[in-house]
Design a protein around this ligand. Sequence first.
Ligand code: ZN
Length: 289
Amino acid sequence: MLIYGLLSLLGLVVIIHLIWFMIFKRTFTPVLMYHRVTGDTKKDDVRFIIHKGKRLDLDSMKVSPTNFDAQMAYLKKKGYQTLDLKKDFHKPKTVYITFDDGYEDNYLFAFNSLKKYGLKATFFITSELAIKGLFMPIDSNDKRVENRLLTTNQIREMSEANMQIGSHTLTHPWLTHEGVNIEDEIIKSKRELEEIIGKEVTTFAYPGGLYNDEVLEIVSKHYDVAVTTSLGESFRKKDETPYTIERETISSTDSLLMFKLKVWGVMKFIRKHPLIGLLKKVIKWLLRK
Ligand SMILES: [Zn+2]
C-alpha cells in the first residue's frame, strides 16, 4: 500500500513539474553565450581568474571548433531561427548566439560554421583593444598569437556578412568598480564600432555581466538591449528586462546533450528551481560548520 502511495506521489510531482516546465518554456528564448572557439587549451600559464568571488577556469570559456560546428548543425537541422538581438527578443523557435570579447578565433572558426549553416550571431567587441591591436586584460601576461583579438577589417567583414556587432566597452573594465569612466566605456565604444561597420550599434554586453543602477541608466539611454550572464537562482520575472537579458553559458565541457538541455531551457529551469536554491543554501551552511 505504502509503495502505491509513494509511486502516486512521485507521479504527481513529475506531472506538476512537466506542466510547470511547459509554462516556463512559453517565455523562454535561449540566448547562448560563447567566448572563444578554439582547440587551444591548457597551454597557458594564466589558467584561472577570480570572478564574482569564484575561481573561473579560462579554458572553460573555449569551445572547440568541432563541438561548435556540431552545435550549429543541430540548430540548423532542428529549424531554429537565429536573429539580431532586439527589444522584443522573446520569439518561438528562436536561438540567439552571442560572443563576448571579440577574439580572432571567432572569425577563424565560428564565423565559418555560422556561414555554412546560414545562421547569424551577435559579436560583442571591446572596441579600443580591437582598434589598437591590443590583448584582453586577462591575457596581458600571456600574449600569444592565439589570444589575438579581431581586427577592424575582420569585424567589418563579419558585419557585411550579416552578423550583428555589439559593444563590450572600450577596454573591458568591471563597470561597477571605482575609478572607471563608465560614460566613455559605454558611449564611446558604440561610436567607435559604428565608425568601423558604418551601421548603428544597438546592443551591449556588460563585461563579466556586472552592472549597477548607474550603468543601467547610461546603457538604456544609448542602446536598445543589453545582455548579462546569469541572474541568480529565482524565477522573478522583474529581473529580466531588455537591459538585463540572461544568457546560457556554453562551455568547453558541454556535450551535445548538455547543449540541447541549455537550448531547451531545462538547465535554466533547474537553475531557477526553488528547491535547488534551498539545497545549495543548506550545503553552504553545512560546509561552514
Ligand atoms: Zn568579456
